[in-house]
Design a binder for this molecule. Structure first.
Ligand code: HEM
Ligand code: HEM
Length: 223
């Protein structure tokens, strides 16, 4: 019997695909900024790009504008794939398939948390600091730590995806197939349903609140 192919809703594929692309570009251009002005923990022989900060800022800001939609989707519609209270109990069942699935849910959730940390710290960066050699600012160090967290989370996220569903699962997130019933009219079905899991609710408050902070914090000039 042929194995059932995993299917991802079109709205998830659109939001997740854009987020994945922008995060990968933000990681690369962010590293490029570090490589241009800092290099204290190593460097790569990359060419110098005059406006690398501007390029990074534009990509990162585009991600920030998309992120609330993706995060809301994940918490409201895709919440079954995020950490919930039951995941904690399942984590005790070491080595069983459910254990891996819970780990994957942890990795999915970690992506949202690491991206939130990145956008908050990134929004507090000032374009003047690094060209002036001002590389010990707390927000810059925090932004570098966010880069490392995001990098490790992304590696775990992809590895867990491979472990749990193999290449078919990874490809299902990026292919073009569409079920006839998957039309925009049904994309937001279930969006308003309130889930009652306390852990999931707390995570939602942290991520959505964090994204809100990323929008408003720069207005307070806390550098
Ligand atoms: C080594 C890694 C990184 C370095 C050195 C770095 C550096 C910077 C710098 C210098 C800025 C200010 C640019 C400007 O205002 O135009 C900035 C802004 C920003 N960064 Fe990063 N970044 C890194 C990684 C990341 C990553 C992985 C993300 C993930 C999304 C990110 C998100 C942001 C955001 C949201 C902004 C604010 C953009 C804006 O408001 O215009 N950064 N970053
Ligand atoms: C190369 C990049 C990426 C690949 C290959 C990838 C792959 C996947 C796969 C296969 C799933 C489905 C997992 C499952 O069934 O539980 C998934 C879900 C998810 N991914 Fe990614 N991902 C990538 C980048 C990202 C990025 C950058 C983020 C966050 C900013 C992210 C956040 C998530 C979240 C939150 C889910 C769960 C979605 C839901 O609630 O329905 N992923 N990803």
């Amino acid at each position: 019997m042929p194995q059932a192919q995993p299917y991802q809703p079109v709205l998830l594929r659109l939001l997740h695909g854009a987020a994945a692309l922008l995060i990968i570009l933000a990681l690369i251009t962010g590293f490029w900024v570090y490589n241009t002005y800092d290099q204290r923990w190593g460097n790569l022989p990359l060419p110098r790009l005059g406006d690398i900060q501007g390029i990074h800022g534009t990509i990162a800001l585009t991600f920030l504008l998309l992120f609330p939609m993706f995060a809301l989707y994940s918490f409201r519609i895709g919440y079954r794939r995020l950490v919930q209270t039951q995941s904690i109990n399942q984590l005790a069942r070491l080595g069983q398939p459910i254990w891996w699935i819970s780990l994957q849910h942890c990795a999915n959730t970690l992506m949202l948390l690491a991206a939130t940390f990145s956008v908050i710290t990134g929004r507090m960066m000032k374009e003047e600091w690094l060209p002036a050699g001002d590389v010990n600012r707390a927000w810059y160090i925090a932004h570098l730590m966010a880069w490392a967290c995001l990098f490790v989370s992304l590696a775990l996220h992809v590895l867990m995806g491979i472990k749990v569903g193999g290449t078919p699962l990874l490809l299902s997130m990026f292919n073009w197939k569409r079920r006839q019933s998957d039309t925009p009219r049904f994309w937001l079905q279930g969006f308003q349903k309130q889930h009652s899991d306390a852990l999931l609710k707390s995570l939602e408050i942290i991520v959505i609140g964090g994204i809100g902070l990323a929008f408003v914090l720069p207005l307070f000039n806390l550098a």
